[in-house]
Design a protein around this ligand. Sequence first.
Ligand SMILES: [Zn+2]
Ligand SMILES: [Zn+2]
Length: 475
Amino acid sequence: MIYAEEQTKRSFDNISYVPKPLNLSRSTVKQPTVLPQSKMTTREEEEYFAKNNYVARTILNEPELPPLSWSNWFKQVDWIKTIVLGTEPFIALYGICTTTVMWQTLLFTFIWGWLTGLGITAGYHRLFCHRSYEANQPLRYILLLLAAGAFQGSAHWWSRGHRAHHRYTDTDLDPYDARKGLFHSHIGWLLMKPRRETGVVDMSDLERDKAVRWQRRHIFALNWLMGIMLPLFVCGFGWGDYRGGYFYGGALRLVIVHHATFCVNSLAHYLGDTPFDDKHSPRDHFITAFVTLGEGYHNFHHEFPCDYRNAVRWYQFDPTKWAIWLFEKLGMAHSLKRFPENEILKGRYAMQRKALDKFGQVIVWPKEDVQLPMVSFEEYQELAKEDTDRELVLIAGYVHDVSKFISSHPGGRALLKGQVGTDATVSFHGGVHDHSNAAHNTLAMMRVAICKYGGEVECLKKRLGHSAAATPISG
Ligand SMILES: [Zn+2]
Ligand SMILES: [Zn+2]
């Protein structure tokens, strides 16, 4: 099997979260013998579900904003985000066409793009939103500053939306609901005002967090400082390229970092496969991982969101995971969370089993026992003798009609002919030849009856002195 190398000895003892067994020796609670049946009608059950299901109840009771039309669309546009996101590609393009690029500026743009991107992936996403590891105060501030340079709102705003995305994936309460199309989940959700309130999430931890509160208070100043002024001055003071610093280190880098991050909401819900769960849209693909600093193993991430890794295999591209690992080695991070390997394997197993079951559906399987008539051993012998059109052979309790196969028998027709009317179980199972899997499968398709007390093979019957009559199974 594919995961044979992972078949290490596992037991409950080495899974950290498995609790000790309950001590029920003194328990007086009586276990019900019959489970109570629901007395509700289907309609009552639907109403009960809507009343007790947060998503269904919210959708029912809180209608979304009126649909967009020619008369109201301009009131529904989020103009600030639309202007920023709509003009930045043109500013970058203008800069590329009118500014000679210096290699130092290009190198800085690349490094600053990675660092501000890491501020989002290792900071906003894996540290603040999912708390997949703990970071010391300097690292928290560094990541908050870097992420501010990516112009993606405050850590609080970003995490609010992303926590709702995880909790309400593929529902109307998911702010970047992938069911509404690639454009909506990529950027459309930012350009228009949300059609309905995002689902509730617990933000109490980030509301208490001093660093997050500080960043939220100063986010606009920090955006300009880290996103525009820093590239401008580094390139300007460093090698006299103020213009390049603005257009390449500022505008072009922002376009790339923005759309790379947006791909986590769009591409990561469209491209790739679902090795852990296919209930929802998140998918794993190395292309998405490549453009998002490792966030492309999104099926894994939605299954195990508090794991600091998105990629679990050593060869998969997840530079954010490597950065967090480095933070730990530098003493800036600790308590890196890893979901238990046992549960990760269960996800893989369930999906492989599902694929195997689907594959099995295209195969024609032998008739089931209930579809076959039952005959006694003596009746079988009689049938084999009298029905000259058929060549009947008994093997392992099943009577097989081998007449259409006998001429193709690899061991020769004579060998098989000699077994007609006898119990050939022993011969088939290695007495004459140790038959292959294919032989077993082919034989099973030729079943025409079950032999009564079929587990009883002729040689055993003889040894037990029951050759004359069928012996009922006792006990
Ligand atoms: Zn997602
Ligand atoms: Zn996430």
